[in-house]
Design a protein around this ligand. Structure first.
Ligand SMILES: [Zn+2]
Length: 115
């Protein structure tokens, strides 16, 4: 056989295991390819525990990134809302309920007075 067989990849992806094995038994080229793949497969089994450990770290990193994204987005939307409705100003200049409204003694800054 001087023509390189290119069926292995196609069979591996699209055919079932039986069809793949049958072809591998009858084709030298694919047999070699298959053996190579088996070796890689074994290697993967060996490094799997290490990979899993690494994956956990990646998951943590993704979670951290999501948390940061949520915080960032939350801050951004608060800023936008604040620009629109002056939320901070309402709190600063006392249109919201203050300590004084509740009935505590306050100084001229609206802060709780402690003698
Ligand atoms: Zn083949």
């Amino acid at each position: 056989m001087n023509k390189k067989c290119s069926k292995y990849e196609g069979l591996f992806i699209f055919a079932d295991e039986k069809t793949l094995n049958e072809h591998v038994q009858n084709c030298e080229e694919c047999k070699k390819e298959h053996e190579k793949f088996e070796r890689v497969s074994e290697l993967l089994q060996e490094v799997k525990p290490l990979y899993k450990k690494k994956k956990t770290n990646i998951n943590l990193a993704i979670k951290a990134a999501c948390a940061l994204a949520i915080i960032f987005t939350g801050t951004m939307s608060f800023d936008i809302l604040d620009a629109k409705y002056s939320i901070v100003d309402t709190f600063k200049y006392g249109q919201a309920i203050s300590i004084e409204d509740i009935g505590f003694p306050v100084d001229s800054y609206g802060l709780l007075m402690v003698d």
